[in-house]
Design a protein around this ligand. Structure first.
Ligand code: ADP
Ligand code: MG
Length: 363
């Protein structure tokens, strides 16, 4: 239904969207997640032409949206947007907020428009508020009115830009429930959100945006449980890390341990996990000591706030690396300790570096 090809958007010298490509089928629910400032809002705003893209193409049902002959008003009606800040007219009643745009755009008798508006208000649970003014409503109610107003335009796609970010936490769920119901009825939606549990259970696919592109996309199970790329993983697991460069075989282990203790304090790690990390680090450095004559070693301890798991990532030039994950002599006691402390040990190559990732046992 929607095909985006190499979409680009710059603001002056700021390259916000570099190269965004995506295809979205009718009935799909796409959640767009990612750190703030990565162009999620800009992406939505380009889709319905609130921003003019500086490059690329957007097709809806095969029709070129950036063709100058395209009726922009019609595009916005087909891909209608719900904003973080509701954007209701405070001098109009709830009902009038719903009928305003359709009255202007379509030649439909007023009574019919009002009947439909009332029906939509009932759909979002606000039938009794038809004659109230927005200021008499709570944030959650206002946002539900904004969703009903969006539906009043008979959109084929709804674009939500952080629909719950401006809400008091107690009102988030009533708005998310309304969006869930729309998903169940087959509405095509693109939702920028920070509500990860919601994104996980409502979406058919998740787009993780970073660096001006859709950096990783996939079904929720992939993005949330098994992200394939580094930045996605760091974002999803809210990974905090401590990194040290070990440059010689005579490194100061006491200093390193002191730094690690500070990192553990900051993240309230229990004594057992601390002990394991310190032991593992010591044994790893022992393994790598011969290699340190040739090349320095980067050691990173990562702690996932979400998963509460710890990983240790080592990188060094391939020549200095040790085959921790290969079969090794059974009498290597240090290696046996390392393996016992870890649930998994994986190695890979990044540039000229050998990278070894060790996931600590959690229990
Ligand atoms: P997100 O929604 O992911 O937080 P945005 O799309 O809002 O990110 O913004 C991405 C970047 O583009 C930010 O650095 C923001 O300051 C900038 N930006 C957004 N809109 C404009 C604009 N109209 N003019 C200049 N810069 C903008
Ligand atoms: Mg935004």
């Amino acid at each position: 239904m929607i095909r985006v090809e190499h979409l680009a958007k710059t603001f002056g010298s700021l390259n916000v969207l570099r190269d965004v490509s995506a295809e979205i089928a009718r009935g799909e629910v796409i959640s767009v997640i990612g750190p703030s400032g990565t162009g999620k809002s800009t992406f939505l705003r380009c889709l319905n032409l609130l921003e003019q893209p500086t490059g690329g193409a957007i097709f809806v049902d095969g029709k070129d949206m950036l063709d100058p002959a395209t009726d922009v008003t019609r595009v916005r009606q087909r891909m209608n947007m719900v904003f973080q800040g509701f954007n209701l007219f405070s001098h109009l009643t709830v009902l009038e907020n719903l009928t305003l745009a359709p009255t202007r755009l379509k030649r439909i008798p007023r009574a019919e428009l009002e009947a439909k508006a009332l029906e939509l208000l009932r759909l979002v649970g606000l039938g009794e508020k038809a004659h109230s003014f927005p200021d008499e409503l709570s944030g959650g109610q206002k946002q539900r009115v904004a969703i009903a107003r969006c539906l009043a335009m008979d959109p084929e796609v709804i674009l939500f830009d952080e629909p719950t970010s401006a809400l008091d936490p107690t009102m988030v769920s009533e708005v998310l429930s309304v969006i869930r119901n729309l998903a169940r009825e087959g509405m095509t939606m693109i939702i920028v959100t920070h509500e990860m549990d919601f994104a996980r259970d409502v979406s058919s696919r998740v787009f993780y945006m970073d660096e001006g592109v859709i950096y990783e996309q996939g079904p929720p199970a992939q993005i949330f449980d098994n992200p394939q790329r580094e930045k996605t993983r760091v974002f999803i697991n809210r990974v905090r890390s401590y990194q040290a460069e070990v440059v010689s075989p005579d490194f100061d282990l006491y200093h390193l341990n002191g730094e690690l203790e500070r990192f553990f304090d900051k993240h309230a790690l229990d004594a057992m996990m601390r002990g394991r990390v310190l032991l593992l680090v010591e044994e790893l450095l022992q393994q790598y000591k011969p290699g340190l004559h040739q090349a320095p070693l980067t050691l990173r301890v990562e702690f996932g706030e979400q998963s509460r798991r710890i990983s240790i990532v080592l990188s060094t030039s391939a020549a200095a690396a040790r085959p921790l994950d290969a079969e090794a002599a059974a009498e290597d006691f240090s290696l046996a300790i390392i393996r016992n402390l870890c649930e998994s040990i994986a190695s890979g190559v990044e540039g000229d570096q050998q990278v070894i990732r060790l996931l600590l046992n959690s229990a």
